[in-house]
Design a protein around this ligand. Structure first.
Ligand code: SIN
Length: 552
């Protein structure tokens, strides 16, 4: 078995959902009334970015707030690139979707004093308190409630340790005008370590989350290797805005803490950023200080660290009531204590780290990608909500709003979608591939990619560094594509191939935007330029090298 790439029997379903975070689970629960659903997830069902989300979900829930405020905050944060219709749609649907989550059993923290009945948190870029939360483990609470619901539904199957390799794109001979077009009919899936199977579906939905693992330092879980983005690009989908990588300003800086976030809500409750001498510095950068948008705060910290040569800055919440801090942030308090830091008495060492991909597979307001039969939801999608910089706690919101929209689309078109016959699909061809017995070929490139991205394509960019990154990455990418052809596909090989491609896409996308806007700061072009008030839309170049893009 170890020396073989095995072919499995495969599966057929109405809905194939790739990923088990908030987007995938919410969509599954909604479409299960239409047909059979398979959710594949590459590790365990809770290995998702959702499960790590601390802050919460933003929505206009209180009488002290108004739709226009949330719209305006989102647009301001998005630095001129948000799609205004999409922002209005998401914000207007927000309160109802939060109520749906409550109805599904999500236990947000209550507050009888607020007209919403909820204790609403404050985060950077928000002009009002509007973040519904479950202390600092909001994502875990949402994931728990959604999984419970999914498991009660006999039409939904969750398969752990199943990872999609590539999408199945087939010709639709019966399309209009006799032309043959292509549509997505499912995916090739690696189940376990060695078995490749064909999973056919009438509707395939990418909910694979983000791509933080392309960077050396990230708040993301290990699964965030941009799999959905890479698969969609290889299949020919239109992608957008991949230069806009959000760096969270405050990840714990400790040799043993791999990817632990110190929620923005800590600053929302009054924590102050200080340098190694205990001096606050945010007032030098923005009048909103600690509650400026993330692009500003992350860049300010980066600047302070580079100027002083310090390894980190500090977040100080010691002036707040101890019992309040412990109760409001039990996870952060507990985890920091494990590392010997009592946050009620000591400052927390923090650094920025890659956190969120604002771009992705471009979708319309129904979650549809440019490829027939393929939807994308959550962080994988670029809906137009985030523009050049996502507003804190708008991501869980986007996921639930678009999961509902996509399910509405499927319900309205189910008569047609359900008629789709499963096409004959070629089984996976291992060709002359053999077992890779030199794991160093994987690990070396894995480290190299993440270092190049961190050093050359980080918070502050220059054209020179981006060009160098492109040159290095093209070589690495070609080498990995060759390994992919020569050796059996393994979980590590799939992820390496995907982070290499996604890195190359981020670099190429960044090189096309000759200005500074939102999260994309280019020293050579430090100001926004009116000619760039548009999305960076691209797809794979016809007749180009693998990984090469053409703007569209
Ligand atoms: C946080 O708690 O700071 C993360 C929330 C988000 O990324 O929106």
């Amino acid at each position: 078995m170890r020396n073989k790439q095995v072919h499995g029997a495969g599966m057929e379903c109405d809905f194939l959902i790739i990923g088990s975070g908030i987007a995938g689970l919410s969509f599954a629960i909604r479409v299960a009334r239409l047909g059979s659903v398979i959710i594949i997830t590459k590790k365990t069902e809770v290995d998702t970015a959702t499960n790590l989300a601390q802050g919460g979900i933003a929505a206009v829930l209180s009488r002290n707030d108004a739709t226009i405020n949330h719209i305006q905050d989102t647009l301001t944060s998005g630095a001129g690139l948000c799609n205004e219709d999409v922002v209005a749609l998401v914000v207007e649907n927000g309160p109802e979707r939060v109520r749906d989550l409550i109805a599904l059993g999500v236990d947000f923290v209550k507050d009888a004093q607020d007209s919403s009945g909820l204790n609403l948190g404050q985060e950077g870029g928000h002009s009002r308190r509007r973040v519904a939360h479950a202390h600092d483990f909001t994502g875990r609470e949402i994931e728990r409630a959604l999984l419970e619901k999914v498991k009660q539904n006999p039409r939904i199957q969750i398969l752990e340790n199943h990872r999609a390799i590539d999408l199945l794109m087939v010709a639709d001979e019966g399309s209009e005008k006799g032309e043959s077009t292509r549509y997505c009919a499912g995916a090739y899936v690696l189940s376990g370590e060695r078995t490749v199977e064909v999973y056919k579906a009438k509707v395939t939905t990418l909910c694979t989350g983000g791509t933080g693992k392309v960077y050396l330092y990230t708040s993301n879980p290990d699964i965030a290797t941009g799999d959905g983005l890479a698969m969609a690009f290889r299949a020919g989908a239109v992608m957008a805005n991949m230069e806009f990588v959000q760096f969270h300003p405050t990840c714990l800086y400790h040799p043993k803490a791999k990817n632990f976030l110190i929620s923005e809500a800590v600053r929302g409750e009054g924590a102050i950023l200080v340098d190694q001498n205990g001096r606050s510095f945010m007032e030098k950068y923005d009048s909103r200080k600690e509650l400026a948008t993330r692009d500003t705060v992350a860049r300010a910290i980066d600047h302070e660290m580079k100027e002083s040569g310090a390894d980190c800055v500090f977040l100080d919440i010691t002036h707040k009531d101890k019992e309040f801090v412990k109760k409001r942030f039990p996870t952060i308090y507990g985890r920091c204590l494990e590392y010997g830091i009592d946050i009620t008495k000591e400052r927390i060492p923090v650094v920025p780290a890659a956190h969120y991909m604002c771009g992705g597979v471009q979708t319309d307001t129904w979650g549809r990608t440019s490829l027939d039969g393929l939807l994308a939801l959550g962080e994988t999608a670029c809906t137009g909500l985030h523009g050049g910089n996502r507003l804190a706690s708008n991501s869980l919101l986007e996921a639930v709003v678009f999961a509902e929209r996509a399910s509405q689309y499927c319900a309205e078109h189910w008569e047609t979608l359900s008629q789709r016959v499963f096409p004959p699909i070629e089984p996976w061809k291992a060709g002359g591939a053999k077992l890779l017995n030199e794991e160093i070929l994987i690990h070396h490139n894995w480290d190299l990619i993440r270092r190049i991205m961190w050093n050359y394509v980080g918070i502050v960019r220059t054209v020179k560094r981006l060009q160098l990154a492109k040159k290095h990455m093209e070589g690495i990418f070609q080498e990995i594509e060759q390994h992919y052809r020569d050796y059996f596909v393994t979980p590590d090989m799939i992820e390496l191939r995907n982070i290499a491609l996604v890195s190359l896409l981020i670099i190429q996308s960044a090189l096309t935007r000759k200005e500074s806007r939102g999260l994309h700061y280019l020293v050579d072009y430090p100001e926004p330029v009116a000619a760039f008030v548009h999305d960076t839309r691209f797809k794979k170049k016809k007749g180009g090298q693998p990984g090469e893009i053409e703007l569209c």
